[in-house]
Design a protein around this ligand. Structure first.
Ligand code: C2E
Ligand code: MG
Ligand code: MG
Length: 760
């Protein structure tokens, strides 16, 4: 049978159906087709002629269909290629996606994984297939994951959770967000894995920053580019009184106190606009109107185009701190009693003024003032009154000077005045005289009246020196010169004074070694009984044999030894040396032989119980107190407090006698003589020197002698050089004489010869 006839009666749709369903290419499985066609023909009782009539038509239709099918086939091929390309693209996308993709089984086994996820887990993909995903999950996150996975398979909706992954070595810990949805097979699920480690870190940082912002003690105010407050922190509210709600939206001038002028703000804004930064102190105002000082730091935040986005102001209240600082500064620089600059401040001002003086080419003067006998005021009226006097003194000094001058108190009763910009030196003299005059006026001290005077030393910069320390020293030296010349006066510094000071300094240095180097010796000068000529007494006088300068007079070095305190050790040496020598002469010559030892007021003041050691020493030598006479000066009695009185009485009780040296030169007060139980007075050699039968001094000497005898005090005349003087004094009733007429002060050996000679 003809193949085409068969086909004629087969519905073309059937053919297409077959080819589609059975995947049979059209016209290829002819056996089947024929069988099918024959069946149809048989059923319909058709003749072959009928069939042939339609054959041509059918053939044509078939040809058309064939072409159609061809075209459809081509379209199918194209579609298939497209699907394959899409699949490839999808696979590539899947593999290369920047997020991790996985397919997990119900038990968490990894079925599929993309490159990103494999990388996140730190392994190659091949190593990960069929691994349990849970092995990469931190212990903390494990239960979260298990619940998550069950949730995924239980519901149809996507689930998500956060996990901490612990990938293999060398890979950092990850925090991931995973999202999953079950596949239709309900055996696997698709998982997306996003690394949120950095985001989490940022979030934590932000949280921390916010915490700091909220908790920090410093007030913070953030403003926008238009200076409108954007936010403030709680410390801001606490400090200023404005809440966040009140502050936000306001201008930053909200806190302005008006204490700063426009210039201040101009400088601030200039800095902010040029550098974006400003820092400094500023007075601002709280909500309650109170002003306070703050330490303010402003920083600027810029956007990408470098436009101002925000200004961040941080500040703290430093009002109390400032007050404390000011108090400390005040205490460190000013004298609390008088309110005048203290030594520290004085030094600074002087340095400043010296610089200014140098710049301007105008000299300055430095005055050093020391009250005369201020100690007496303190001792007699008490320290309270002494303080009042110093305050009044400060006031009087301030009244004498110009506003540009500096009056300072260095301590005690020492004051200084800096006179800068001296156009004429006369002004120094005028000021000095004015001060001297002002201070002679009585001081009214709460019911008491006191009189003082002042000694002023003056030095000039740059004339005398250009060194600040030397300048101060000069003024100090000049002040001492004023004191030496009788106080209540001014004295200018001179070069010779400086030389004297230098010598004095060398003297001090050398004096330090003199005792250890055994450079001291004692000279003895006889004190002769005028009526008999007998030598039963001597005065021990110290001598310093300086290794290079030769013999130095005690008049020169004793004041230095007193000023430096070295007199204590020296005096001790004198006493022991003299006592030792006297012990010898008492045994060898006269057992009533007596030695006079000069004792400085400084020894009395500084030694305290030093006299007890003397008593012990005398006991050791087996000598009675009567073998010693202590020579003191009137000044000692003038200033005598309980300490000195006690020592003098202790001497008396021990049998040691007391002689008042240089009588007539000081205060020569009779009441002292009685009060302190003086045994001898020594008429000063200045009286003896001028003695003549007609001189006033003779009358004076006679009066002293009579008066002393009335008080049962013996009199020794010092400095007898001539027989006439000796005769006059003897006639006046003087008991003893001392002077070159009898003997100069001589060495122990020489003195011994005198004693030997006397006995024969
Ligand atoms: P002073 O206690 O008044 O001693 C008497 C001074 O007059 C001695 O001077 C003596 O050498 C001197 N002199 C004695 N006779 C004559 C004379 O006829 N004519 C003249 N022009 N002078 C005479 P010197 O030894 O230079 O002592 C001076 C002062 O030094 C003493 O005066 C005394 O105040 C002090 N001094 C001496 N030795 C010591 C000592 O060991 N300790 C203390 N603290 N002071 C001492
Ligand atoms: Mg003496
Ligand atoms: Mg004397």
């Amino acid at each position: 049978m003809n193949f085409y006839n068969i086909l004629k009666y087969w519905d073309i749709h059937d053919i297409l159906e077959i080819t589609r369903d059975k995947k049979i290419k059209p016209f290829t499985d002819t056996n089947n087709l024929r069988r099918h066609a024959e069946q149809q023909l048989t059923q319909q009782h058709l003749t072959l002629s009928d069939i042939e009539a339609d054959a041509k038509k059918l053939l044509h239709e078939l040809q058309v269909h064939q072409i159609e099918l061809k075209m459809q086939n081509e379209a199918l091929l194209i579609a298939q290629a497209e699907v394959e390309a899409n699949l490839k693209r999808y696979t590539e996308l899947y593999d290369m996606a920047p997020v991790g993709y996985l397919t997990l089984g119900r038990d968490g086994t990894i079925h599929q994984i993309n490159l990103k996820a494999a990388k996140q887990l730190g392994l190659f993909r091949a190593q990960l297939k069929q691994q349990r995903f849970s092995i990469f999950i931190s212990a903390d996150s494990l239960s979260v994951f298990n619940d998550f996975l069950s949730g995924v398979f239980a519901g149809k909706t996507a689930q998500s959770c956060e996990l901490t992954l612990l990938p293999l070595e060398r890979c950092p810990t990850l925090i991931v967000q995973i999202e999953a949805i079950a596949n239709d097979d309900d055996q696997t699920c698709r998982v997306i894995l996003v690394d949120i480690t950095e985001r989490k870190g940022n979030e934590e940082q932000l949280e921390l920053a916010n915490l700091v912002y909220q908790a920090i003690g410093e007030a913070i105010m953030v403003a926008d580019a238009d200076n409108r407050i954007v936010t403030v922190n709680p410390a801001f509210t606490e400090l200023t009184g404005y809440t966040l709600q009140e502050a936000v939206g306001c201008s930053t001038t909200l806190l302005k106190s008006g204490h700063q002028n426009e210039g201040f703000y101009q400088i601030m804004w200039h800095a902010l606009e040029t550098t974006g930064h400003w820092q400094g102190e500023i007075w601002n105002r709280r909500k309650n109107g109170e002003t306070y000082l703050e330490w303010l730091t402003i920083n600027t935040v810029y956007d990408d185009q470098n436009n101002v986005r925000h200004r961040v102001a941080m500040f703290s209240d430093i009002t109390d701190q400032k007050h404390a600082e000011q108090t400390i500064w005040q205490q460190a620089n000013f004298d609390s009693l008088t309110g005048l600059p203290n030594r520290h401040m004085f030094y600074e001002r002087l340095a400043q003024e010296m610089k200014k003086s140098q710049r301007m080419g105008l000299p300055l003067a430095l005055l050093f003032l020391d009250l005369d006998h201020f100690k007496d005021v303190n001792d007699t009226l008490g320290h309270g009154k002494g303080d009042l006097l110093l305050k009044e003194m400060a006031q009087r000094l301030l009244n004498c000077v110009r506003s540009t001058d500096t009056v300072a108190r260095l301590g005690g009763d020492e004051f200084t005045i800096i006179l800068p910009e001296l156009h004429e030196q006369d002004s120094i003299e005028r000021l000095a005289q004015d001060i001297l005059c002002q201070l002679t006026k009585p001081f009214e001290l709460a019911g008491e009246v006191a009189y003082v005077s002042v000694s002023i030393g003056i030095t000039l910069y740059p004339e005398d020196t250009d060194n600040i320390d030397v300048l101060i020293k000069n003024a100090d030296q000049a002040m001492y010169a004023a004191k030496d010349q009788g106080r209540n006066r001014r004295h200018y510094f001179t070069i010779s004074m400086q030389e004297a000071a230098l010598t004095r300094m060398r003297l001090i240095n050398d004096l330090h070694d003199a005792l250890a180097e055994r450079q001291f010796r004692l000279a003895y000068q006889p004190i002769v009984e005028l009526t008999t000529g007998a030598i039963r007494k001597a005065e021990a006088l110290i001598r310093w044999q300086h290794p290079t300068c030769g013999l130095i007079s005690p008049a020169e070095f004793i004041p230095v030894a007193e000023a430096t305190g070295m007199i204590i050790d020296i005096g001790e040496w004198v006493f022991r040396e003299a006592a030792q020598q006297t012990a010898q002469w008492r045994t060898e010559h006269y057992d009533d032989f007596q030695i006079s030892i000069n004792k400085s007021p400084v020894q009395f003041q500084k030694e305290g119980n030093g006299h007890l050691a003397w008593f012990d020493h005398l006991r050791e030598l087996g000598m009675p107190g009567q073998s010693i006479v202590v020579e003191i000066t009137e000044g000692l009695l003038m200033d005598a407090g309980a300490l000195i009185t006690g020592q003098l009485l202790a001497f008396r009780d021990a049998g040691i006698q007391v002689s008042l040296d240089d009588f007539g030169t000081g205060y020569s007060s009779l009441s002292y003589l009685q009060k302190f139980d003086i045994d001898y007075i020594k008429i000063d050699q200045s009286f003896t020197r001028n003695l003549s039968p007609t001189a006033n001094d003779l009358a004076l000497c006679e009066a002293i002698i009579v008066m002393a005898h009335k008080l049962a005090i013996k009199v020794i005349a010092e400095g007898i050089e001539t027989q006439e003087q000796c005769d006059l004094l003897t006639a006046a009733g003087c008991d003893y004489g001392q002077g070159y007429l009898f003997s100069r002060p001589v060495s122990a050996d020489e003195f011994n010869k005198l004693l030997v000679a006397e006995r024969h």
